[in-house]
Design a protein around this ligand. Structure first.
Ligand code: DDH
Length: 296
């Protein structure tokens, strides 16, 4: 199978909790980005470093979070990665401070920390990814293109390459897009999906179903806007989740059942971060405490 072997955890759990705390404290202190948090862009970095995995590619550049190749210009220049340098720069000081940590471990841990600190569910995480060289940079066009508006396209990315089911893709996209916003100077799209872009919620699913979404009248890329407030957005790929009946039943499920939504997301996001990696049996999944739980 198309996998890479992770090295055994080099440090005990407490060391990784310490790194988690450092990232979480920086997130709390630096509130000058977007809607008041770097959390959403950290989640996107974790997803984009993992989402290049192709289960059918046996070559050296199979993608996924293992090799930390987004540190190379070549991968940063993938148009789908525009705007993610902000997240890399935010995390860079921890690479210097904890030099044993690989970039793949740092960026996935950054996403785990952001989700938990933005009141999301606990995400199991394991260390052991290794930085590889330029020949491990995955090709472009593996990350999804938001202008595509068919179920077939969304499935080609999430099932064909990443190996997720319809239900899992709906969960990943909808909870991911509860967070953050689109930036005209990054993707060319504009605006947030929900009214609480710094909180992990199932609001994306509720809004997608309940609002009347119309094509936005502007000179930018084709995107949708809600008729009631005209302040929210949906991408063409987001609208597919409402239009395709096989996706839609899961949108309805997650809109109704927030608890199920969060527990499914925790499970599938954790597996997204580990696509294409085999961890040794001795590396047990770690679950970190939030700052709040530690009274910090
Ligand atoms: Fe996404 N996403 N995403 N996304 N995403 C954007 C922003 C964010 C697509 C396109 C875009 C996931 C899936 C898809 C987050 C998480 C996740 C932007 C705007 C575009 C465009 C970028 C910018 O302008 O800065 C497409 C297409 C898909 C798809 O699958 C079809 C998934 C699976 C996740 C996840 O986390 C699991 C987050 C968070 C953001 C907000 C970033 C920010 O800076 O804020």
């Amino acid at each position: 199978t198309n996998v890479r072997e992770a090295s055994a955890a080099v440090k005990p759990f407490e060391e990784y909790q310490k790194i988690y705390n450092d990232i979480a404290e920086k997130l709390r202190e630096e509130d000058d980005h977007d809607d008041g948090s770097y959390g959403p862009v950290l989640v996107r970095l974790a997803w984009h470093c993992s989402g290049t995995y192709d289960q059918n590619d046996p070559s050296a550049n199979k993608g996924g979070s293992y090799a930390g190749t987004m540190r190379f210009q070549q991968e940063q220049n993938d148009p789908e990665n525009a705007g993610l340098k902000v997240a890399q720069d935010f995390l860079e000081p921890f690479k210097t401070k904890y030099s044993h940590l690989s970039y793949g471990d740092l960026w996935t841990l950054g996403g785990v920390c952001a989700i938990q600190e933005l009141s999301g569910p606990k995400i199991k995480w394991r260390p052991g990814r290794k930085d590889l060289g330029l020949d491990a940079v995955p090709p472009y066009h593996r990350l999804p293109d938001a202008s595509q508006e068919t179920g077939e396209y969304v499935r080609s990315v999430f099932n064909g390459r990443l190996g997720f089911t319809d239900q899992e893709m709906v969960c990943l996209i909808g909870v991911g897009h509860a967070l953050g916003r689109c930036h005209p100077d990054a993707s060319g799209y504009d605006g947030p999906w929900t009214f609480s872009p710094t909180m992990v919620t199932n609001d994306f699913f509720k809004l997608l179903l309940d609002e009347d979404w119309k094509i936005r009248n502007w000179d930018g890329k084709k995107q949708y806007t809600d008729s009631s407030t005209k302040s929210l957005m949906m991408l063409p790929t987001d609208m597919v989740l409402k239009k395709d009946s096989k996706f839609r039943k899961y949108v309805e499920l997650y809109a109704k059942d927030e608890e199920k939504c969060m527990s499914d997301f925790a499970d599938v996001f954790s597996r997204l971060l580990e696509r294409g990696i085999k961890f040794p049996d001795s590396t047990k999944p770690m679950v970190f405490k939030t700052l709040e739980e530690q009274g910090l």
